[in-house]
Design a protein around this ligand. Structure first.
Ligand SMILES: Nc1ncnc2c1ncn2[C@@H]1O[C@H](COP(=O)(O)OP(=O)(O)OP(=O)(O)O)[C@@H](O)[C@H]1O
Length: 326
């Protein structure tokens, strides 16, 4: 089972996203042993399906297939041995984000800044979407709302079965903590901590993390575990930041100009890491950029201007990062 294996509930509008506990997962012949965790006081009986990737392919089982449920302090557990034949390939069209009529107005004294003016966007399972547009077009505002870092003025944002516009603060905190990995232009690593220690800050508090070593391996930094940020190149520091973002096994990865501070060569190593995570772990991924070339490696390019989506282009085939013209 690959390091990114995870489980999460896909139903129950106030149910917390639940992740698979790595050590409790194993495949033995035709049997998959898996446990799903979620926060109490969520009513876990309302969860009727769980889905997870195995070797880059996503599968779903219904809860009836799971053979045991148990309460643990602070969280519930559903799981048990699942016959492999009960695993159904997930519908690749399942909706991860459904955004409708999204507006965001920032009051600035006497004036109002209309950052988003009615954005409609649906992002399906495991899609890699690039958000492109000039400065001030609303890309970061949209990504911040998708990540639960900001709230809309109007409109609807649904993440799976979670209505983000109506969810209470606890539910949104859980969503941010368990379901979303953020990567920003500036790496925000702690200079006095090694790469491993920077990633461990997250693995120490997440419900079901991979190890810092596993996360750093995924971004190709197994040989830099004990390096401090000052001993790493910009691209390597950004990859540590990506490892930190994925160590909790997020369902979605939101990247705001992850290569904005990097030259072409180091930028490509960062894009390779992001692209691999999307392909191999099935993590739904949104990347903001000003660089139209990055659109070549995505499934879809969404172009924004003045707070609205002005164009959407689907790539029939994603270009490998190695063939990208920067
Ligand atoms: N917290 C805020 N308060 C007031 N105005 C804001 C705030 N955040 C963003 N804005 C304004 O909203 C508009 C959209 O900003 P946003 O950062 O989303 O654009 P962007 O496309 O990400 O730009 P860039 O590519 O330069 O990062 C801009 O006019 C910006 O000045």
């Amino acid at each position: 089972m690959d390091a990114g294996t995870k489980l999460r509930n896909t139903i129950g509008h106030d149910a917390g996203p639940a992740t698979l506990s790595g050590p409790n997962l194993g495949i033995c012949g035709s049997i998959v042993t898996a446990f799903v965790f979620g926060p109490i006081p969520v009513d876990h009986s309302r969860i009727d399906r769980v889905s997870f990737p195995i070797d880059g392919r996503r599968y779903t089982v219904d809860q009836a297939t799971c053979q045991s449920t148990a309460q643990q302090p602070g969280r519930f557990r559903i799981g048990g041995p699942i016959n492999r034949s009960a695993l159904m390939p997930s519908d690749p069209n399942e909706t991860v984000y459904d955004i409708r009529g999204l507006t965001k107005i920032y009051p600035m004294g006497e004036v109002e800044v209309h950052a988003l003016r009615g954005v409609n966007l649906r992002i399906p399972e495991s899609e890699f979407v690039v958000l492109l547009g000039p400065s001030g077009s609303g890309k970061s505002t949209l990504l911040n709302i998708m990540g639960g870092l900001d709230v809309p003025t109007d409109g609807e944002v649904r993440y799976r079965d979670l209505d983000m516009t109506r969810a209470d603060a606890n539910r949104l905190t859980w969503f941010r903590r368990e379901s979303v990995g953020f990567v920003f232009q500036f790496y925000n690593l702690i200079p006095s901590l090694t790469a491993r220690e920077n990633v461990s800050l997250v693995t120490d508090i997440a419900t079901d993390p991979m190890t810092a070593e596993e996360a750093l391996d995924i971004v190709g930094l197994s040989d830099r575990l004990d390096h401090f940020p000052s001993q790493l190149s910009g691209g390597q520091q950004q990859r540590v930041a990506i490892a930190r973002a994925i160590a909790k096994r997020p369902d979605v990865l939101l990247c705001d100009e992850p290569t904005g501070a990097l030259d072409a060569h180091t930028g490509i190593t960062v894009l390779e890491a992001i692209s691999n995570i999307n392909a191999e772990l099935g993590t739904t991924t949104a990347v903001i950029t000003h660089n139209a070339a990055i659109g070549q490696i995505a499934d879809r390019i969404v172009s924004m201007r003045d707070g609205v989506i002005v164009d959407e282009t689907r790539n029939s085939t994603k270009a490998p990062v190695s063939s990208m013209s920067w």
